[in-house]
Design a protein around this ligand. Structure first.
Ligand code: F6R
Length: 588
């Protein structure tokens, strides 16, 4: 769960590597490093952010890495790149080498000296041995990767050569095609300032990169034909564009992200096989989107929807049912979700993947892909991809309803109209930022909070609590409001902030009772509600327009996102890089 980059071309590599690593820092930020290969290999690496690198090594071919520690604590010595015993190669790695213990034993027996505690270092020592016997970089690289078990994206350079070798197996790696320069990176934004022409690598692809060419092979060295394609992301979409944080920029990008997602959903016109049952599998924020999808689809289609955390789905025994299994993952690289998708496929289920990243791993494991078109999301806390996932699930419900004639609860045209109004609804909700900022001042010194919702908005309460926890480090718990009296109410005391989502639908009266319950215990009650009447029961109200029940989650999401953002800002937190977290969680 790290970011890697490789560059060979006519420009100085160091500056490009450092710039690219900054774009990849959302993937991990414990330590960073670069190496260049012209003449002897030179390395600069250290614990800390990419900005601590000077980036002034001379040379035109190089690699870089930004780390999220798994094997070995964050430290200078555990930072990548690794150069082994002879210093003639340098490698960077993203993923997990599962047989690293055995490899380490074998290598140290042969006399190799390790400088780090990582699983990755084995790669460079094997490469040295293989080069000793073959004298050829390509052969040595192919022989090396065959000895590795686990998941890996690796990029390697050799002293005095302008060639780079890269490999992808269950960790992301994408090639960028420039003019007199080429790139390999964990993600497209890494090289988007230089080119938007990419080659999506698949598991088992090896890439030989020079300034003029990109050649692809399989693990046996047999050539593979691969085509380049243009992505419509702009470099600006991966920059902060004047916003203080990526997260804030991405919250404000939601109307546009919605427009393009809705447009691409209608243009793609995906078919959804009908099984009369749906199972949703995801992690974190994507799970929360899935939960809203469950409420929505059950409500409008009247068919049962089960939902599982991906890490739990894999433990589920095989059951006799016919179900369409939907995997939601913005990155398309979350290890738990990928494993669950492999299991579902093995069991013969029909599968759909919802992802924001073109050609990401999940797209290879499912029968049908729905792309959200939210643009690159750099802030570690997911925002615009969450609402884009929600929109995709709404669309799925809509098109299944239309195709199978099962929209019992409402008129198709009404739904379409509401759906098309989502960008505008979000835009209006964003106007309440100042109001939300004031409320953030009231809660920023607190250490515990509750979020309450019912029905379709319970998942939005879950998402609000998750956002608050991960970026402000306030302990926040979400409950379906009716559950409060079954235990958690014992924790409600004077002054504790309780955020309640109150919409004018079948849950309204019950939510009002819950507001009374918590205000009777003198909690600080903050309602997200367009209903004036609610003022009678709460301390503060965020009056985002909710436009009725069905589409209210979109407006309510904006409110909980901005509340978390401004609270975290007041607490001085590292909003785009919360502690211990990374954007793509490629370990199980
Ligand atoms: C929270 C967050 C995480 C991710 C989770 C799954 O803001 O971003 O909870 O949602 O790690 O990631 P994806 O969607 O990439 O599978």
């Amino acid at each position: 769960m790290c970011g890697i980059i490789g560059y060979s071309g006519y420009r100085e590599a160091s500056a490009i590597l450092v710039e690219s690593l900054k774009k990849l820092e959302y993937r991990g930020y414990d330590s960073a490093g670069i190496a260049v290969a012209d003449g002897d290999i030179k390395v600069e690496k250290k614990r800390g952010y990419v900005s601590s690198l000077r980036g002034n090594l001379e040379g035109h071919t190089g690699i870089g890495h930004t780390r999220w520690a798994t094997h070995g604590e964050p430290s200078d010595k555990n930072s990548h790149p690794f150069t082994g015993c002879t210093g003639e190669f340098a490698i960077v790695h993203n993923g997990i080498i599962e047989n690293y213990m055995r490899l380490k034993e074998e290598l140290t027996e042969k006399g190799h000296r390790y400088e780090s505690d990582t699983d990755s270092e084995a790669i460079v020592h094997i490469l040295e041995d293989e080069y000793k016997s073959s004298g050829d970089f390509k052969k040595a690289f192919l022989n090396t990767i065959k000895k590795l078990e686990g998941s890996f994206a690796i990029v390697a350079i050799h002293r005095g050569e302008d060639r780079i070798f890269g490999v992808k197996k269950e960790s992301p790696l994408i090639a960028g095609m420039g003019d007199g320069e080429n790139f390999l990176g964990s993600d497209i934004p890494a090289f988007l300032s230089y080119t938007n022409r990419v080659v999506i690598m698949e598991d088992g692809d090896v890439c030989e990169l020079t300034p003029e060419s990109l050649t692809f092979y399989d693990f046996e060295g047999k050539k593979k034909e691969k085509k380049g394609e243009y992505v419509n992301w702009t470099p600006e979409s991966a920059e902060k564009s004047g916003y203080e944080h990526f997260m804030l920029k991405e919250i404000f990008e939601q109307p546009i992200a919605m427009e393009s997602t809705i447009h691409s959903l209608f243009s793609a016109d995906t078919d959804f096989p009908y099984y009369g049952r749906i199972t949703i599998v995801a992690c974190g924020t994507s799970y929360n989107a899935g939960m809203a999808g469950k409420y929505l689809i059950e409500k409008i289609l009247g068919i049962p929807v089960d939902i599982y955390y991906a890490s739990e789905y894999r433990l589920r025994p095989e059951v006799r049912e016919r179900s369409l299994v939907v995997f939601i993952t913005q990155s398309g690289e979350t290890a738990d979700t990928l494993t669950a998708a492999k299991i579902a496929r093995k069991r013969g289920y029909k599968t759909v993947g919802i992802t924001n990243v073109l050609g990401s791993s999940i797209t290879h494991y499912v029968d049908n892909v729905i792309y959200t078109s939210a643009g690159p999301e750099i802030g570690v806390a997911a925002t615009k991809t969450f609402t884009a996932q929600l929109a995709s699930l709404y669309y799925m419900g809509l098109s299944m309803g239309e195709e199978y004639g099962i929209l019992p609860q409402m008129k198709f045209e009404e739904f379409i109209e509401g759906f098309r109004r989502i960008p505008r609804l979000i835009e209006k909700a964003l106007d309440y930022e100042e109001n939300i900022k004031k409320i953030a001042h009231k809660i920023s010194d607190e250490e515990n909070m509750f979020y309450l919702g019912r029905g379709l908005n319970y998942p939005i309460a879950m998402e609000g609590a998750l956002k608050m926890k991960e970026i402000s480090y306030i302990h926040a718990e979400a409950y379906p409001a009716g559950e409060l009296k079954h235990g958690p109410l014992a924790l409600v005391r004077k002054g504790i902030p309780v955020v309640a989502i109150v919409t004018k639908d079948e849950t309204y009266d019950k939510m009002i009772s819950n507001l009374r319950e918590v205000s009777a215990r003198k909690a600080m009650v903050i309602a997200i509600s367009s209903e004036r009447e609610v003022d009678n029961y709460v301390d503060y109200r965020i009056p985002v327009p909710q436009n009725g029940s069905l589409f209210s989650p979109f407006a309510n999401t904006v409110a909980v996102q901005l509340l978390a953002y401004h609270t975290a800002k007041l607490r001085g937190c590292a909003i785009d890089k919360p502690r211990n977290l990374a954007k793509s969680v490629t370990v199980e």
